[in-house]
Design a binder for this molecule. Structure first.
Ligand SMILES: [Zn+2]
Length: 285
C-alpha cells in the first residue's frame, strides 16, 4: 500500500465534546515519513499522534507533549486510519478536537471532497506475529495474528450492553473498504443515567443530542433514532480504529475485546510495544 496524504488544506470548525470550547482544525498535506501529528498553533507545540504521548483515557483519548495537550483525538485519527492517510499535519488552535456530529463521517466526507494524494513510496504496516492481551477488572482486548483466510485489520467485539443492545456482537472483517459505509457514520453515545456523573467530572460540556446518542430506558432520545440497529457497537469499532492508529501504523491482525474503551486499547498498545517479538514492521504492495 502506497503512502497517502491529502490534496490540499481542509478547514473544520466545531466545539469539543468534553470542554465545550470552539476549535478550528486545519488538516494540512504533509511530506513522506512525517506521520500524523498535531500542531497546537496557540502554543507552538507539535504533538505526534503516538501511543506513548497518551496522558489520559477517561471518556476520550488525550495526548500531550511538553505539557501541551490535545483532547479527544480518536475520531479524527479513526477517519485518517480508515482512509489510509499516513502523513498529515493537524493544525489546532485549542485544546480539543471538535466533536462535529459525534462520528468520524464529517472528517471522512471533507477529506474525500478535497481528495487523497498518493505519495512516492509504500507505507509501513505493523503485522501482529504474537498474540498480546490486556485485561482489567471489567474487560479485555487482545491483538492476534490473522488466521490464514483473513486480511488487513479484523475487529471482533462482544456486546456489553444490556437489554435491547445485548447480543450485538460485531465482527468487522478486513476493515479496508468497509470503514466509510459501515463504521464512519456511527456516533458516540452515552446512557442517560451517566450524564449527571459525567457533568460532575467536568466532562461533556459540549455534549448534546446533535453530537451524541443518548440512551434512556433502552431507547435513544434522539428524535431520528439510530443510524444502524447496532450503532453503539459500530461506534466502539470506530474508537478502536482511532485508538489503534496511535501505534503509528496500519495494523494487520485481529483485535478482539469485551467492554473495550480508550483505556484498554491504549494499554494493549503498551503491551504490544513491550517486545519486538510481538510484531513485524514491513511494507506490502
Ligand atoms: Zn468515540
Amino acid at each position: 500500500m502506497k503512502s497517502f496524504t491529502i490534496n490540499e488544506p481542509i478547514n473544520i470548525d466545531g466545539i469539543g465534546l468534553h470542554t465545550g470550547v470552539k476549535t478550528n482544525v486545519i488538516l494540512n498535506p504533509a511530506p513522506l515519513n512525517s506521520g500524523i501529528f498535531f500542531n497546537r498553533i496557540d502554543k507552538t507545540t507539535i504533538i505526534p499522534a503516538k501511543w506513548d504521548n497518551v496522558i489520559s483515557t477517561k471518556f476520550s483519548t488525550n495526548i500531550a507533549s511538553n505539557g501541551v495537550e490535545v483532547k479527544t483525538v480518536e475520531h479524527l485519527l479513526s477517519a485518517l486510519a480508515g482512509l489510509h492517510i499516513n502523513n498529515c499535519e493537524i493544525l489546532i488552535d485549542n485544546v480539543e478536537v471538535p466533536i462535529l456530529d459525534g462520528s468520524s463521517n464529517v472528517f471522512v466526507e471533507r477529506i474525500l471532497e478535497k481528495g487523497i494524494k498518493e505519495q512516492g513510496s509504500e507505507q509501513k504496516i505493523l503485522e501482529i506475529v504474537k498474540p498480546v492481551k490486556f485485561s482489567c477488572d471489567y474487560g479485555y482486548a487482545e491483538l492476534a495474528p490473522n488466521s490464514p483466510k483473513d486480511e488487513g485489520l479484523n475487529i471482533n467485539l462482544e456486546s456489553s450492553f444490556e437489554g435491547k443492545y445485548e447480543d450485538q456482537d460485531i465482527k468487522i472483517k478486513n476493515l479496508n473498504g468497509n470503514y466509510i459505509e459501515s463504521i464512519s457514520k456511527a456516533r458516540t453515545f452515552g446512557f442517560f443515567q451517566e450524564i449527571e456523573y459525567l457533568k460532575s467530572q467536568n466532562l461533556i460540556k459540549g455534549g448534546s443530542l446533535d453530537n451524541a446518542i443518548v440512551i434512556k430506558d433502552k431507547k435513544p432520545l434522539n428524535k431520528d433514532g439510530l443510524r444502524y440497529d447496532n450503532e453503539l457497537m459500530r461506534h466502539k469499532v470506530l474508537d478502536v480504529v482511532g485508538d489503534l492508529y496511535l501505534s503509528g501504523y496500519p495494523i494487520i491482525g485481529t483485535y478482539k475485546g469485551f467492554k473495550t474503551g480508550h483505556f484498554i486499547t491504549n494499554n494493549l498498545l503498551k503491551e504490544l510495544f513491550k517486545s519486538k517479538e510481538n510484531y513485524k514492521i514491513h511494507k506490502i504492495n
